[in-house]
Design a protein around this ligand. Structure first.
Ligand SMILES: [Zn+2]
Ligand SMILES: [Zn+2]
Length: 342
């Protein structure tokens, strides 16, 4: 079967034939119906800093945002049935570390990511632990279900920013995670400003996701653009999902006293921060990475209520054979979410 793989610790991905997998005990085989391309996949393709730990697992099929039907059950796989539509939590736990044996898998120190440390979903069949499968409500189709993982990251970032109705929230970066953050913050009743840099397509998508003021900073800068739109007041929360180091200090300067700055972007280098100003302003910086398990059902319930709104985020649907073109679309930031249909 065709698979999009990372084969060496250098830039590039390879579309190649691999044997069909069979599920180990406790695992199931999922026939992938939709798989989203993530910023992480673009980073893996470019081989930017921060992904070196993948080397041990290479060659590895990438793709960690997906939904599909259970095609086969391994020995002792519980809680799922053949033919069921599921989406899959990509982070697998070891079952052996102190946190796992204490019943706190969220804190597992031996995690391996499906599509990062073990074979993922940019192919037709993927084996995953049965425990990682999350049932999809009947009203949702595979392409929406495949968005559960990135949207759980967005929702988690909004939770950490403690966004409430009536607050002003600035979101930096209109990639799929930033779009989800803007959508959830607007749904929570916040006044949302989303800023991008030459991201025409993505900013247009943002305007379909709710009452979001989507601003393009191309040829100008954040303070000038905010002032031009009457947005001089500082924000209760600033959420960064751009992975652009300069956006961190820019964003902090727009945050009000006592406000929360959430970093959800992956940064290739350290960011300079004016800590004395942070101290005097009594601000909080919070990292947001992986959502707790409970957020998955909240995202699925939200999508069931707002299916057609969420679907606006999907700008491209491509067959697996065009996966490299999909990676390139995401790379050039010309797409909202790109979905591969294996
Ligand atoms: Zn992702
Ligand atoms: Zn563990």
């Amino acid at each position: 079967m065709l698979a999009l793989r990372k084969t060496q610790p250098a830039p590039g991905l390879v579309l190649t034939d691999v044997p069909e997998p069979s599920p180990a005990p406790g695992e199931v085989l999922v026939a992938v119906e939709a798989a989203g391309i993530c910023g992480t996949d673009v980073h893996i393709a470019d081989w930017t800093a921060g992904y070196e730990s993948m080397t041990a697992g290479m060659p590895v099929t990438i793709g960690h945002e997906f939904a599909g039907r259970i095609a086969a059950l391994g020995e002792g796989a519980l809680g799922v049935s053949v033919g069921q539509l599921v989406t899959v939590r990509p982070s697998t736990v070891c079952g052996r570390c102190a946190a796992c044996t204490a019943g706190d898998p969220d804190a597992c120190t031996g995690r391996r990511g499906i599509g990062i440390g073990r074979d993922g979903a940019f192919t037709r069949l993927v084996r995953v632990p049965a425990l990682n499968c999350v049932a999809v409500p009947p009203s949702l189709d595979p392409e929406l279900a495949a968005m559960t993982e990135p949207l759980s990251v967005s929702l988690h970032a909004v939770d950490l920013a403690q966004v409430r109705a009536g607050q002003r929230v600035l979101v930096l970066g209109p990639g799929p995670i930033g779009l989800g953050i803007a959508m959830f913050a607007a749904a929570a009743g916040a006044e949302v400003v989303l800023a991008g840099h030459g991201d025409t397509t993505r900013l247009a998508v943002a305007r379909m996701l709710g009452p979001i003021l989507a601003l393009d900073l191309a040829g100008t800068d954040l303070p000038t653009t905010l002032a031009a739109h009457g947005q001089d007041e500082p924000f209760h929360a600033v959420i960064e999902a751009a992975g652009v180091t300069s956006a961190v200090q820019d964003g902090l300067l727009r945050l009000r006293k006592g406000g929360t700055f959430v970093v959800a972007g992956i940064h290739a280098r350290p960011a300079p921060i004016d800590l004395t100003r942070l101290v005097r302003m009594e601000q909080t910086i919070h990292g947001a990475y992986r959502a707790p398990i409970a957020d998955w059902s909240r995202v699925l319930a939200f999508m069931a209520r707002h299916a057609e709104t969420v679907r606006c985020m999907i700008t491209h649907r491509l067959p697996l054979k065009d996966a490299l073109a999909g990676i390139e679309l995401s790379h050039k930031r010309e797409a909202g979410k790109v979905i591969l249909l294996p």
